[in-house]
Design a protein around this ligand. Sequence first.
Ligand code: AKG
Length: 263
Amino acid sequence: MGGELTDAERSGYRRDGFFVRTGLFAADELKALREAVERVHERICAASAEPDPAPVERIDDKRYQRLLDSLVKWEWQEGRSEIRSMEPCLHLDPRLERLPDDPRLARPAAELSGADRLSLFTDKLNFKRPGGAPFPWHQDSPYWAFGCDHLDRLASVQLYLDDATRENGCLWILAGSHRHGALPVREDRGVLGRLYTDVSRVEERRERAIEAPAGSAVFFHGDVVHGSRSNASAASRRALVLTYQPAGLPRWNRRDVRDIAAG
Ligand SMILES: O=C(O)CCC(=O)C(=O)O
């Protein structure tokens, strides 16, 4: 692995904290991945409907539940029974389990992480159903800071499973914000506000809407401020997010090591 970025990607990542590779995955692969994530959604909903499921925990007005070895964040609005996001997710479907080994994702991540060989740090699945809630501006690094002493070696990639547009809540990035380290957080937004960036105090405000077709991948830095708006379309905007780290290290909040097959 390694040495796979173009000069433009390398300098774009250094300057902006991200770059996008469009059309990495073909239509048949995307179909299989979309079917896999819907199977996961069904399994989680079935688990939550079992007698005596794990309790729903509330932080501020948000609902969380630990089901099938995943932390599930339900859609924010009361009464909705759709998953907004869950972490981890890959263990719940064999098609997803193989994804981190895909060299189209792992090779660029290896260079970004500065490692010859990688392991998986964490994985997330974001369903953004019609009407699905926004993700406020945030950095990922502060969220991981208490379980990780190598934040500078993490590299994330978000793979769009559907076309992502402004209308359906594509990812937004504050380009260049990763160069300022940990930024001030929202003091006025309850407990979770500590994870949200106070962008009114960020001097460099280059907002970029990352509109891209399904099968595109956004490689981004753990300190880059990002988020998304609600989904105003009639269809889902689904995405998988993988975060890599150098080989041999345990997954975030877990003991096991998920090394990436060299490819
Ligand atoms: O996919 C999105 O809507 C944003 C996701 C995000 O910011 C995250 O998972 O950290």
